[in-house]
Design a binder for this molecule. Sequence first.
Ligand code: FE
Length: 171
Amino acid sequence: MAGCFFVPACASDMGAIVEVSNDSGVVMKKEGYQYKQLGSKYFVRLDKDSEIVSALKEICRENNITAGAITGLGAIKSVTFGFFNPETKEYKEKTFNDYMEITSLIGNVSQKDDEVYLHLHMNASGKDYKTIGGHLVKAVVSATSEIIIDTADGNIGRKFSEEIGLNLFDF
Ligand code: FE
């Protein structure tokens, strides 16, 4: 039995989410991505031109995900990495505009000031098969990206550490 209806979206979101039921379960669809929940895990498909970090943040907000682990792969056409220098306590960012495979996307979901806080790192390889990577600031999908968010019950917070210069896990 197939059916579909609209679920109210956050005020900041661009479009509404559509919930589609089919024989294999319920799929949540929005412009740029779709996902399906199986137990504690969300299987996410990001489409061409989606920005990975903002799309994942939106999905966590939509589903009140406050703690979890993220793994993924896919194909991108641009990526901005950060490199944290512990001496200056500053990130230096660099953007690469080229077709690349995401060879590894890993990270976690926590909360800071009642907002979703993602910490993501990525490796990506280009046509020379060499890999670059770092702290993920943003990345734009060229073909597709497949990401799994493994959620956990409860909250993991974050607090800024003056000593380290980063927002550390705060238990
Ligand atoms: Fe990092």
